[in-house]
Ligand binder design. Structure first.
Ligand code: GLP
Length: 274
C-alpha cells in the first residue's frame, strides 16, 4: 500500500507527470484505463493526445471505462460523460470506440445497469489505471460525502454543491439530479489510482483527503487505503497541506533514487510517504 504525493510546478506539469505514468503502462501492452471527466484531467488528456500525435503513443490496445455518467442523458447528449470523454480525449487518439464503455445513463433499469457496468469492469480484468479528479466537497467520481467506502457502481443522488459546480455545463439550468458512478469499493480495486488536482478551490478537499481521517465525509480519503495511489498537485491545490515540507523532502529522495512514480509498473518506490 502506498500513497505518493507529487508536488508539481503547474497545471501542465501535473498533466505531464500523469501522462508519464499512463504512457509507461500503455506502452507495455493491453491496458484498461478508468477515465474521469471534468476540468482536472484536461491537461493530462492534452498531453496524451500530443504524445499520440508527435511520439507515436498508441491507444490501439486500450480499453476505457468512464468513471461515471449522468442519469437520464442519452449517450449522444452533448453533456453526457460519454460525449465529453470522446470530445476531450478519445476522438483525438486511436482508442477503438467499440472498447470505450460508459454506464448507460438512459437505461430503463438504472439499478441493473449499474450492476452490469461493475461486472463489465471485472470481466475486462479490472482497471489498470484509474484517472481521478476531486470535487471541492471531496467527492471522487460522483461518490458524494457519506458514500459507503465499500460501495459498488450504483445510482446516486447528486449533492446540491455538485449540481451548482456543474451548472456551467448546462446553460438551460437543467442539471440532472441522479447519476451512475463507480463506487468507492470499485475504485479501490483499480491497480493504480492517479488523482490530479489543481486550483485553490480544491485545496481544502486535498488536505482532508491526504491528512484527514479516512471518512465517508471525504470520499477521496478512501485512497489512503488504496494499494497504490499517486496524487499529483499544483501549488494551489497543495497549499493547505500541513506537511508540505515533508512531502517535498520525500519526493527529493525518491527522485534521487530514481524511484519516481513515472514508472510504477516497473518498480516499487523505496520510500513510501504514507
Ligand atoms: C465531477 C465529476 C468528477 C470530477 C469532479 C471535479 O462532478 N463527476 O469525476 O473529478 O466533479 O470536476 P473538475 O475536475 O471539473 O473540477
Amino acid at each position: 500500500m502506498t500513497v505518493q504525493i507529487v508536488l508539481c510546478e503547474s497545471v501542465d506539469h501535473v498533466g505531464a507527470r500523469a501522462a508519464d505514468i499512463i504512457e509507461a503502462r500503455v506502452r507495455q501492452g493491453p491496458a484498461v484505463l478508468g477515465l474521469a471527466t471534468g476540468g482536472s484531467p484536461s491537461s493530462t488528456y492534452q498531453e496524451l493526445i500530443r504524445r499520440h500525435r508527435e511520439e507515436q503513443l498508441s491507444f490501439g490496445q486500450v480499453t476505457g471505462f468512464t468513471l461515471d455518467e449522468y442519469a437520464g442523458l442519452p449517450k449522444e447528449h452533448e453533456q453526457s460523460y460519454y460525449s465529453t470523454i470522446r470530445r476531450e480525449f478519445v476522438d483525438h487518439v486511436d482508442l477503438p470506440l467499440e472498447r470505450l464503455f460508459t454506464p448507460q445513463g438512459d437505461a430503463a433499469d438504472l439499478v441493473a445497469e449499474a450492476e452490469r457496468y461493475d461486472a463489465a469492469i471485472a470481466t475486462a480484468g479490472g482497471v489498470d489505471i484509474q484517472i481521478l479528479g476531486i470535487g471541492a466537497n471531496g467527492h471522487i467520481g460522483f461518490n458524494e460525502p457519506t458514500s459507503s467506502l465499500a460501495s459498488r457502481t450504483r445510482v446516486k443522488t447528486l449533492a446540491g454543491a455538485t449540481r451548482t459546480d456543474n451548472a456551467r455545463f448546462f446553460p438551460d439550468g437543467d442539471v440532472p439530479r441522479l447519476c451512475l458512478t463507480q463506487g468507492l469499493g470499485t475504485i479501490r480495486e483499480a491497480k493504480l489510482a492517479v488523482l490530479v488536482a489543481m486550483g485553490e478551490n480544491k485545496a481544502a478537499a486535498v488536505q482532508a483527503m491526504v491528512e484527514g481521517p479516512v471518512s465517508a465525509n471525504c470520499p477521496a480519503s478512501v485512497l489512503q487505503l488504496h494499494r497504490r495511489a499517486v496524487i499529483l498537485l499544483d501549488p494551489a491545490a497543495a497549499s493547505r497541506l500541513s506537511m508540505l515540507e515533508y512531502y517535498r523532502e520525500a519526493q527529493e529522495f525518491n527522485d534521487q533514487l530514481g524511484q519516481t512514480p513515472t514508472r510504477p509498473w516497473l518498480q516499487e518506490p523505496a520510500l513510501q510517504q504514507g
